[in-house]
Design a protein around this ligand. Structure first.
Ligand SMILES: [Zn+2]
Ligand SMILES: [Zn+2]
Length: 343
């Protein structure tokens, strides 16, 4: 079978792999869809070696085989890829910090010894069965492939300490910003102001429940109007550029907070005196826990968080390279691109 690997700047290689068979503790999944993530675009643009296992880490599918020692899943089960539950035996777990379990971290970063040699841009994959979460029957395979990025946003919002009635700002209306917006609403924000330069994405933010949308140029004025000059209680940074970190703090009120979700891959210039004078609280979030996939799945299935409006096109393995180039162009019309590896 062929799997697509991101091998350098602007390079996608379709490489031949043996069909996977499950080794101890593993399941083989026939992949239905794999979403293209911002990290895949970063890998494609930077040419930095990313672990092959994490290029294509947002997938849904159906179990086609399990090892003899796997009992909680079987052939025919629909699943999404997640991280395993905390292991209970690593140093952080034994110190009482299962939320920062080393086994989970290795799974997120693709650095565990048994990480697959490719990601979900492939028709089949063999992974540790404890990484799989059963798909809620109410979700389509397309929605299921978006559960992973939705869980990233859920984790960040849970960590952010948002309170019922808060005025929140979300910077960036890409897939992460648009799901963050929906979790923030579900968490009880009174108002959510979304900042986004792209017209189509602003329209999508309104469709998905933003109170008001604005551009980076006009946000200060809009925010002043809505908060009598006070600023936001909480600002979610979902753009992932160095310059949007200080701008997030600038929009928060004194005593407010900033939640860092977008990953900027260069150093950022900040103004420490604003941070100190505002007594800003900063939370940051990487990935998620196993349990949060179950939580996300339930809320998506009952319709409070909608993923289908973000799915803007589907391509195949041969179209991945063009999709990555387009998503990184800065002028893309796409929001979430899914890859169907069987097409
Ligand atoms: Zn991702
Ligand atoms: Zn652990």
């Amino acid at each position: 079978m062929r799997a697509a690997l991101i091998t350098g700047t602007g390079e996608v290689e379709l490489r031949e792999f043996d069909d996977p068979t499950p080794t101890a503790g593993q399941a083989v999944v026939d992949i239905a869809y794999c979403g293209v993530c911002g990290t895949d675009v970063h890998a494609f643009q930077s040419g930095q070696p990313y672990n092959p296992a994490i290029c294509g880490h947002e997938w849904s599918g159906t179990v086609s085989a399990v090892a003899g020692d796997v009992s909680h899943l079987g052939e025919g089960d629909r699943v999404v890829v997640a991280v395993p539950p905390a292991c209970g035996t690593c140093t952080p777990c034994r110190a009482g910090h299962p939320a920062t379990c080393t086994k989970v971290f290795r799974s997120v970063t693709g650095t565990d010894r048994n990480a697959p040699a490719h990601g979900g841009f492939a028709p089949r994959i063999g992974v540790a069965a404890d990484r799989l979460v059963r798909t809620d029957p109410r979700l389509s395979d397309e929605d299921a492939a978006q559960v992973e990025p939705a869980t990233v946003a859920l984790h960040a919002v849970r960590k952010s300490g948002i309170r019922l009635g808060d005025c929140a700002v979300v910077q960036g209306a890409g897939p992460i910003g648009l799901t963050t917006l929906q979790w923030v609403k579900a968490a009880g924000a009174a108002e959510v102001i979304v900042v986004e330069p792209n017209d189509a994405r602003r329209a999508l933010a309104i469709e998905l429940g933003a109170t008001v949308v604005t551009t980076p140029t006009d946000v200060r004025e809009v925010l002043n109007e809505r908060t009598r000059g006070l600023g936001a209680d909480i600002v979610y940074e979902c753009v992932g550029r160095p310059d949007t970190i200080q701008s997030a703090v600038d929009l928060a009120r004194r005593g407010g907070s900033m939640s860092l979700i977008g990953l900027a891959d260069a150093n950022a210039e900040i103004n420490p005196s604003t941070w100190l004078v505002k007594e800003i609280t900063v939370t940051s979030a990487l990935a998620y826990t196993h349990e949060e996939f179950e939580i996300a799945m339930g809320v998506i299935a009952d319709g409070r968080v909608r993923l289908a409006p973000m799915h803007s096109c589907t391509t195949n393995l041969d179209g991945l390279s063009d999709a990555l180039a387009d998503l990184g162009s800065g002028t893309t019309e796409q929001t979430k691109v899914l890859v169907n590896p069987n097409w």
